[in-house]
Design a protein around this ligand. Structure first.
Ligand SMILES: Cc1ncc(COP(=O)(O)O)c(C=O)c1O
Length: 379
């Protein structure tokens, strides 16, 4: 199957009970057994649930993986990956990453003895110099949140294979429509399915996808043992969202391009960060590993004025000022005071998250309305 067919049919079959075309929401915690151990493959819904399984199969299909795992949130999915490690193990992570991932790594796992090195990965050779005998995992987010840096996944794969490390890629911003890290050789793909996969800002859910059976078994064991699963209703919502991923992404990309070009030519705008712009420092890699450039972008205003940035996001009408991204509706955020407030100012400024930085999740509305809204808010 090609990608657009997979979003609708990948890993799916009509429900065996009544032939329902959409998987029913199996709102049950447990399953009857005729004699102990004799059941239809399901015993308890933390371990397994048919609606969640349908979603996990869809995840695996979209990313060209063999095994999918669904969690109660993107962070729960990341948490499961870090639980593969032991005290004393070390992780090399991108230094520009989602604030919640940074908080999980530093505030939770540091005290369990897992050490994180946050480095700039735009030049992948930086990774090699940070590897030591305790390094076990490379954590990549590309494009990064919110600076839209693009990291060369193939180069990271070469380094991880050479040094026998696991390579995990947070593919939330790109989605499998634009980029498929497992095809490039990564070991684990992670998603905040809360974003584009769900696509309608109505559910919080996370995903992991892998190819390797042994690795999948370790992760399923963690999923069942730690129990951070998602419910059947939420699984259904993400499954429904995935069915239109390709058409939504096509429009997100078109609108993202138009907004990036508009802002690039605006006299009050200092910089626009969108990987599709030729001026983007990693445009060449983006062109190689992504099929288009998506609807996420950030920009700074001239003068880097905190108050002015706040005023712009307050004045927006069609764009909603809100955390999160990837829904059909356009959202705007001010990372320094919202999503990235948990990262100390000195740390976040080192990575470009300035006071005037505004992040846009460009939705699929009419582009004329989006541009008019930006125009009135900035002018
Ligand atoms: C790139 C990225 N990764 C992970 C997460 C965490 O996902 P969730 O909010 O579903 O826990 C987010 C949330 O914004 C994100 O943007």
């Amino acid at each position: 199957m090609k990608f657009n067919t997979k979003t609708i049919h990948g890993g799916q079959k009509n429900d065996p009970a009544y032939g329902a075309v959409m998987p029913p929401i199996y709102q049950t915690s447990t399953y009857s057994q005729s004699t102990p151990g004799n059941h239809k493959g399901y015993q308890y819904s933390r371990t397994n649930n048919p609606t969640r399984n349908a979603l996990e199969n869809a995840f695996a299909s979209l990313e060209n993986g063999s095994f999918g795992l669904a969690f109660g949130s993107g962070l729960a999915a990341i948490d499961a990956v870090i639980k593969l490690l032991e005290p004393g193990d070390e992780v090399i992570s991108t230094n520009n990453l989602y604030g919640g991932s940074y908080r999980l790594f530093t505030s939770i796992y540091k005290k369990f003895g897992v050490k994180f090195h946050f480095i700039s990965m735009e030049n992948a050779s930086n990774i090699e110099t940070s590897i030591n005998k305790n390094t076990k995992l490379i954590w990549v987010e590309t494009p990064t949140n919110p600076m839209m840096n693009v990291i060369d996944i193939k180069a990271c794969v070469a380094i991880s294979k050479k040094n026998n490390l696991l390579l995990a890629v947070d593919n939330t911003f790109a989605t499998p429509y634009l980029q498929r890290p497992l095809d490039l050789g990564a070991d684990i793909v992670m998603h905040s399915a809360t974003k584009y996969l769900g696509g309608h800002s109505d559910v919080v859910l996370g995903a992991l996808i892998v190819k390797n059976k042994e690795l999948s078994e370790k992760l399923y064991f963690i999923q069942n043992s730690s129990g951070a699963i998602c419910g059947p209703q939420d699984s259904f919502l993400v499954l429904r969202g995935i069915k239109t991923l390709h058409v939504r992404m096509q429009r997100h990309c078109e609108n993202g391009k138009a907004v990036a070009e508009y802002l690039s030519n605006h006299p009050k705008i200092e910089k626009v960060f969108w990987p599709g712009l030729e001026s983007h420092p990693n445009h060449k890699i983006a062109k190689e590993q992504m099929s288009d450039y998506g609807g996420m972008l950030s920009f700074t205003t001239k003068g880097n004025n905190f108050k002015e940035a706040i005023k712009i996001v307050e004045r927006l009408n069609v764009f909603t000022l809100a955390e999160s991204l990837g829904g059909v509706e356009s959202l705007a955020g001010h990372p320094a005071s919202m999503t990235h407030a948990s990262i100390p100012k000195t740390e976040r400024e080192k990575t470009g998250v300035l006071d005037s930085l505004i992040r846009l999740s460009v939705g699929i509305e009419d582009i004329e309305d989006l541009l008019a809204d930006l125009k009135q808010a900035i002018n």
